[in-house]
Design a protein around this ligand. Structure first.
Ligand SMILES: Cc1cc2nc3c(=O)[nH]c(=O)nc-3n(C[C@H](O)[C@H](O)[C@H](O)COP(=O)(O)O)c2cc1C
Length: 189
């Protein structure tokens, strides 16, 4: 069966968009159709839901929270997402350590599951990018402060991409199986 997948994403500084694109390219390379859509566009302009049979939603964490557009998207389209096989991924720098890269160990993911009106049936954490050269002075200063406390990288001249792109590709292929996997088990709550 050929799927048509929607990857709805929010990205503060471009990295989650890159992950969403990798997912899309992997799905297309597997012989399926896939569109990626910024959640802002999806909320403001609408989504042609009839086209899609699998939904993937992804967002980064910025200053400990999800952008409000993520909550708007999940509230507005709760029924449309829930009626299809679905998955949620988040992107955080805390996930650079293995224990915080699991849905159980990543408190931001737990926060999403608790607060979201849509309860995702599949969950994934990706480690993001420390991109000091592209962040503004305030962001750079704040994140360097946090990194100093948490023993992370503080050299502001060097971007560090913690994302494992093979894992992103594996996740994309996994999502193509969600119709079979989610038909067999009840929602994850
Ligand atoms: C201003 C700012 C605040 C951030 N706050 C957090 C945070 O609270 N926790 C965390 O794990 N990562 C945090 N990050 C890291 C981002 O989640 C990571 O850089 C991610 O790759 C950003 O994705 P984006 O480029 O799609 O926005 C922050 C990044 C920025 C720029």
């Amino acid at each position: 069966m050929t799927h048509h997948v929607l990857v709805a994403y929010h990205s503060h500084a471009g990295h989650t968009a890159r992950i969403a694109r990798t997912i899309m390219e992997t799905i297309v390379a597997e012989g399926h159709a896939c569109d990626m859509m910024d959640m802002m566009e999806a909320v403001r302009e609408g989504v042609d839901w009839a086209r899609y049979d699998i939904v993937i939603v992804g967002s980064p964490i910025v200053y400990g929270v999800y952008n409000k557009i993520v909550w708007e998207f999940c509230s507005l389209y709760k029924n449309e997402i829930e009626s299809r096989p679905n998955s949620f991924f988040n992107v955080t720098v805390v996930a650079r350590t293995p224990e915080k890269a699991t849905p159980e160990g990543n408190r931001y993911l737990q926060k999403f599951v608790k607060r979201s009106p849509w309860k995702p049936r599949d969950l994934k954490c990706f480690a993001g990018k420390v991109d000091y050269p592209h962040w503004n002075l305030f962001e750079r200063t704040m994140i360097r402060l946090i990194m100093r406390i948490t023993n992370g990288p503080t050299d502001s001249a060097v971007p560090i991409d913690y994302t494992d792109y093979n894992d992103v590709k594996a996740y994309a292929r996994h999502c193509l199986q969600l119709d079979k996997l989610q038909a067999r088990r009840s929602p994850r709550r």
